[in-house]
Design a protein. Sequence first.
Lengths: 123, 123
Amino acid sequence: MRIGELAAKAGVSVRALRYYEEQGLLVAERSPSGQRHYPDSGVDQVLLIQQLYAAGLPSRSIRAVLPCVETGEATPELLEWFTAERDRIDRQMRDLASARDRLDSLIVGATAVWRSGRPCPAR
Amino acid sequence: MRIGELAAKAGVSVRALRYYEEQGLLVAERSPSGQRHYPDSGVDQVLLIQQLYAAGLPSRSIRAVLPCVETGEATPELLEWFTAERDRIDRQMRDLASARDRLDSLIVGATAVWRSGRPCPAR
DNA sequence: CTAAGACCTGACGTTGACGTCAGAGGCAAG
DNA sequence: CTTGCCTCTGACGTCAACGTCAGGTCTTAG
């Protein structure tokens, strides 16, 4: 399939796909005229890339992770790197959880105040 | 206390504090010569700001949240906003969790391969 | 008094993941 | 064969949270 179709199926922009290729995250066959062609598996690959981006991994880390996801292998240095990234994600999840709890208690508290008969909460 | 001391106590840069003020997140008294002076409670305020930034909230959202954290009140529109932000954080936590699990299984798998007698994993 | 820091404003630089635009070429339908 | 959409490369724009630098002021220890 061509780049537009892949973009639509994976829910990303055409620009993003070209950027992924530029970053070495996604390879594409080229037609004689230079147009990119992707296999069906490209959709899952892009979804994986998106998932890793969503986790806050920079392109360089994703570039390191991707081949290992395919082969299931890694060098000890890479393992150390991945472990560090995983720990970073763990910390970020804790940060998110505490911020979420703070927002949550704010919401619950304000809703309680609001339902207790106050005309309309202060601005 | 002055800005350098607050920066040290809160673990952020002086530049960051001036930026927070610029964004309306942090107020400071001014000495006649124009220097900023903060109360002791400034430390906790900065830590809270940092926590919200760490959760991915942009300055505008933080600016909306901060007064409500103090008063415990909020308008219905703000509540809707906060709920949306909380849901976004929830989604982000799920994204992080799935990416972490993927990294984790990669780590576990690669470590198993590595310990099963392979000379040194492929690069 | 003076020198060393700390502080001020204002402004430009940085980074990452794209958005957007320009100008040119490719491809299937009619 | 042309029309209209898709694609190409290359390059500049964006946005947020600061970093960094310049040039000047303030404060405080000696």
